[in-house]
Design a protein around this ligand. Sequence first.
Ligand code: SF4
Length: 281
Amino acid sequence: MIKIKKAKTIGFCFGVKRAVDMANKALECDQKIYSLGPIIHNPLVVKKLSQKGIRVIYNIDDIKCGKVLIRSHGIKPSIRKKIKNKGLKILDATCPFVERSHRIVNDIKNKGFHIIIAGEKSHPEIVALAEASGNNMDIVINVKEVKKLKIKTKKILLLAQTTLSKGLYRQITQAAIDKNPFEVRIHNTICNDVAKRQDEVTRLSRIVDLILVIGGKNSANTKRLVQLCKTGGVRAFHLEAEKDLKKNWFKNVKSIGIMSGSSTPDWAVDEVISKVKKIKI
Ligand code: SF4
């Protein structure tokens, strides 16, 4: 029988659980709730919520009335303003850790710092944060991009996307220091839950033959966990649900690690584990 080691930090993170709980609670007394983009990066959960009545929209102009749910990644200040101007109600599920990055940017934006954020340019969290800075920040995803930057002031402020890998942020901050500014202010905005998952997956990759990382195919933090396993030298597969399991993955495998992205519900993890337990090799 395959030995299973389940990560301790698994299932929904605090911010995602909070957003899903807020959506479910709101549905108890209101049937006209719109989510601006999928509430989380997990198609299974999005489907269940849409069956209960949460409708996903991509443009605020598409609705005339109802309540708009802001997902955990937050939204651009201009869209928040537009929602208010239309007289629509807001159900704000922006994760407090994402709000913290907005506060940092708001406090510093006119104080002469060159703001650099380490993250993905098209990720909704970064898109919103960029606008909050007055589109006055550089977004970088690797050291090469930092090297190309022309630093406009003597002071640099660094932040990271909440789901960035710690190793990558370390490299990016070092590259910023290497540009020899007078002052470098580094904020560790990587979420603690994400950091714990990264540490656990790195530890697991040393002691098991294979790691299954469960999460939406569109989830950046899940993809990053898979990448960390591979960097650690262990085979790893990214799957959304038990139906994605393939028997041939388990050939000669004696032990496996189970990890999930932060928008994966516990029940999806449990379903994978119970199916793995039934696999005969
Ligand atoms: S991963 Fe962290 S920052 Fe993102 S929603 Fe979850 S708790 Fe919040």
